[in-house]
Write a protein that binds this ligand. Sequence first.
Ligand code: FES
Length: 152
Amino acid sequence: MNRRSLLGRLSALFTLGPGSEPLFAAPAETSIAAPKEPWAATTFDYSSQSRTFPGVAVRLPDQGLYVACRICPHQGCAFDYQTDFETVGDIVGEEFSNPVMFCRCHMSVFDPANGGRVLNGPAPRPPWTFTTRELDGNIVITSIEPGAGDIR
Ligand code: FES
């Protein structure tokens, strides 16, 4: 089998026909400007498998990043990143020591400094996270945690 024939057979394996979508599409990637200062954040949308996931990337004081999907694991509301953690603490009757993720639907609070640990409310787990890499001042989001957005 020559090279051209092999490429033709491989092409046939990965497509259904003219005009059809490839069976095995390359994973989606999204690039955003990386937040630089401690506790700065950037929101974004990431599309994968015909679904769009809202996300937020938070620069942590140790220069690490916490990059999470903003779909609340409780019942699926979109939550926000809040630098005014004292006000969030007043609302839910707790005391927090750093910015948090806050879901207003049922008052779940997540800690970006500790992997999204649940600090308050009924959420059964931390937010789903994205796989990322930093490149030339940008964050490249390459995938999202399996099961993201599946509310049970
Ligand atoms: S949907 Fe977020 S706490 Fe219920």
